[in-house]
Design a protein around this ligand. Sequence first.
Ligand code: ZN
Length: 432
Amino acid sequence: MMKTSTPLGAAEGKPGDRSAFSFETQTRLESRSDGFGKDGARYGRTGTIHTPHGDIQTPTFIPVATQGAMKAVLPEQMKELGAQCLLSNAFHLFERPGDEVVDEAGGLSRFMNWDGPTYTDSGGFQVLSLGAGFKKTLAMDVEGMKSDDIIAEGKERLAFVDEDGVTFKSPLNGEKKRFSAEISMRIQHNIGADMMFSFDELTTLMNTRRYQEQSVERTFRWAKRCVAEHRRLTEERLGKPYQALFGVVQGANYEDLRRLAASQIASLDFDGVGIGGAIEKRLLGQTCAWICDAMPESRPRHVLGIASVDDIFSAVENGGDTFDCVAPARCGRNGAVFTHRGRWNIKRAQFKHDFEPIEAGCDCYACRNYSRAYIDHLLRAREMNGYTLATIHNEHFFITLLADIRKAIEGGYFDEFRQETVTHFYENGSRG
Ligand SMILES: [Zn+2]
């Protein structure tokens, strides 16, 4: 068993020592006349996040262990392929096995035998995406709703937002449940990840401008309540390591709303910032820069849920330090593999007799030991090892990509590296 090391800044009878968490910048990207930040600044940087469970070199990719586990891959293997930290889902752990169980086990890293830093998201995304399928329909009242706020036809509405929080029907057992700022904080404290996110309201690009405005203000009110409850729980839960709290910036595609939300979140005593919500692909870099304009440099910035190669470069250039996404694992289980020559499906007929590795030169465990033909066979036969090998390769691809970007920023060749990587990745018309 991989022994999880003792967290820093935890002392019996004392609240967690906040100094065990910090961010240190190492190298900044140079400004450019076309930079999106203040005076052409480019907020891209390399750095180190110090946490009670160890350091994270940034920028980095964070694999998603939704239910306290990577599907089909053990923590030891995640370590071996270069993962520095894992992100789990507060909502799913609250539903099952229950956040008290994780607390009783000594916190998330010990519970899942992961010797390193962990994140949890607030549960807001999961709760709110129960709205009505993926056609977003979460409005506080029906009055004044436009067609784009209407419930997707034939879908049962499972979540309702009010000023205090969200009421939803559990997808696990159909029970009616509540989430709020305070409940999310309690759950995330029980789970005990090193980094947590404040409870925010997720909107989509389909919501009306007026709704987005109200939602940004509501998210700010919830953020204040999260900070207060977080402080109270930190004081109350003695002997635990300090947990850092990240505030989430919403505001969809609107520059003024993003800037407003960023200044609101920057004004509160958060340890880091999460860049969340729906963002149109073409505005991703600018949106990150608008937020960084308002944000103290000492706060690490997490970009929630993106994993396409060109988006990662845009977000890193404009200040993103950490990234998480379920896509590498989910795609891998369906046979889609990411390589430097694009994303393609290993279950195509042409690979049946192909005994080469997924990607020549890849030093992941799957490519060092197994062929395309074998992995294709396993996936078709629905053998678990097929999921394991494809997931190992894909997670390794994104972790290595971010590690290489880090080297490129350190070495002063970020722009050249981006040009070359993006060109090769998309030259065959690849998605992803
Ligand atoms: Zn590989």
